[in-house]
Design a protein around this ligand. Structure first.
Ligand code: SAM
Ligand code: SF4
Length: 443
């Protein structure tokens, strides 16, 4: 979501004739878009803010902090980081551009004026705070990279209040985007260079749009509407789905439409019913396993990835064992794995953070190692097979090598030329390097 929102802001700034600086030292305006889901993400931003303080003394620039940290830590940030010029939360982003433009004239360039501004003690102008909650406004377009993939936000916020999670507090309640706006954005992407889209939301499958008492448009209906109107875009993905909202209708729509990628990201978080209940996830281990079985039975070859959250308050060895067991039973293709961080304001914050740091670390390592083994085994079974990929760009290592993605969300590198970028081609998977396939192009 942050990537999509950042791209949309970059696009707006470019339209107002801002140019991307080659390095932070050259910038007249620095915007940090922030995440509050985990403490580590926030710590990185505090580190950056510290680093920008002396830099602002050397060469003044406007510093903007946007996103969830501006929501969560408004007072603390205003006290601890007086060098921030504009603080903008998730509901006032549309106002940011005007404030940036208004202050553009004040941005001192190099030279004497800059020196004067830099030597003024403390804050030269008061921080503008755009953090009041209101109606969330979706941007019209979230694509600025020029690459073959694009994000399309379809809903915002979350009503689930999982006990560990800060999202509902900083992103507010669920709101579904007007389908006409979604279709208009997709149509623009289709006419541009884009070949694959990812529908975005904290909880995409609870998408539900209705206007003036008309019948609500659900997520499966929206998916059908989208895939039936595509021209050049051939693949559609969506993240993130909540297991409790993954309906039979959704399974059926995916199975009936080839344009919907056979990859489902379905965060389970934990394998113990006791912990799932404390997490307020709204499903049991058995219900999750049953859902996986129905998905696998109906959607041939589907890959399933997940999020696992280790070290929730009160997690004991048996709870942990059940999580490892569930991972083996499902055989996830991949997993994002996290250590629980207490987030002030959430329900779990009231619970004693009883699992020690070393236990959390040790358990997380075991989860990661197990997932690596499972992923490797599943991927090794695919060596020698052929599949379709979308070529995304150069590989990290060489400009003679291209990076592509399968519909199952697996990465493949293969020798190729840059003309292939943005094209679907067929490759044979020849070997596995870490988590990435090596392949060669075939007819
Ligand atoms: N909406 C998605 C769902 O319900 O599965 C997940 C969105 S959440 C922003 C992304 C992931 O961050 C979660 O799946 C969870 O594993 C992790 N997460 C959320 N709160 C966390 C916390 N307090 N500490 C560590 N990880 C956390
Ligand atoms: Fe957070 Fe739960 Fe909402 Fe996902 S569903 S964003 S984990 S509260």
């Amino acid at each position: 979501m942050n990537k999509a929102e950042s791209e949309s802001l970059e696009l707006d700034l470019t339209e107002r004739s801002w140019v991307c600086a080659r390095e932070p030292g050259e910038a007249d305006l620095v915007i940090l878009n922030t995440c509050s889901v985990r403490k580590t993400a926030e710590d990185r931003i505090w580190g950056r803010l510290g680093g920008y303080k002396p830099k602002k003394q050397e060469k003044p620039f406007k510093l903007v902090l946007m996103g969830c940290m501006s929501e969560r830590l408004k007072e603390e940030i205003l006290n601890e980081a007086p060098h921030i010029n504009i603080l903008v939360g998730n509901f006032q982003k549309h106002r940011l551009l005007d404030f940036i433009e208004d202050s553009r004239a004040e941005i001192p360039s190099h030279g004497r004026k800059a020196q004067e501004a830099a030597t003024r003690p403390g804050r030269s102008t008061p921080c503008v705070s755009l953090t009041a909650h209101g109606e969330y406004r979706f941007s019209d377009l979230h694509y600025n990279t020029g690459g073959p993939r694009a994000f399309v936000p379809i809903m915002h916020g979350c009503n689930n209040y999982c006990s560990y999670c800060i999202v509902p507090y900083v992103r507010g309640p669920e709101v579904s985007r007007n389908p006409k706006k979604i279709m208009a954005e997709i149509s623009r992407l289709d006419k541009a260079y884009v070949r694959e889209i990812t529908l975005l939301g904290q909880n995409v499958n609870s998408y539900n749009y209705s206007c003036n008492g008309t019948e609500a448009l659900t997520f499966p209906a929206l998916l059908k509407l989208i895939v039936n109107n595509l021209k050049r875009i051939e693949w559609v993905r969506f993240i993130t789905s909540h297991p409790k909202d993954f309906s039979e209708e959704l399974i059926r729509v995916i199975s009936e439409h080839k344009a919907i990628c056979r990859h489902i990201h379905l965060p389970v978080q934990h394998g113990s019913d006791r912990i799932l209940k404390l997490m307020r996830r709204g499903y049991t281990r058995g219900q999750y396993l049953n859902l996986i079985e129905r998905i696998k039975n109906c959607i041939g070859g589907v890959s399933i990835t997940t999020d696992i959250l280790i070290g929730f308050p009160g997690e004991n060895r048996e709870d942990f064992r059940l999580t490892l067991k569930l991972m083996e039973e499902v055989g996830f293709d991949d997993a994002f794995t996290y250590r629980y961080n207490p987030r002030k304001g959430t329900r779990a914050y009231q619970l004693e953070d009883s699992v020690t740091d070393s236990e959390k670390r040790e358990r997380l390592i075991r989860v990661i190692e197990l997932q690596r083994r499972i992923s490797k085994k599943k991927k090794m079974n695919k060596i020698g097979s052929r599949c379709r990929v979308l070529v995304e760009g150069f590989s990290k290592k060489s400009r003679e090598e291209m990076l592509a993605r399968t519909e199952y969300d697996e990465m493949v590198v293969f020798p190729g030329k840059k003309e292939k970028i943005g094209h679907y081609i067929r490759v044979e998977l020849t070997s596995l390097k870490g988590n990435t396939f090596a392949g060669k192009e075939v007819k």
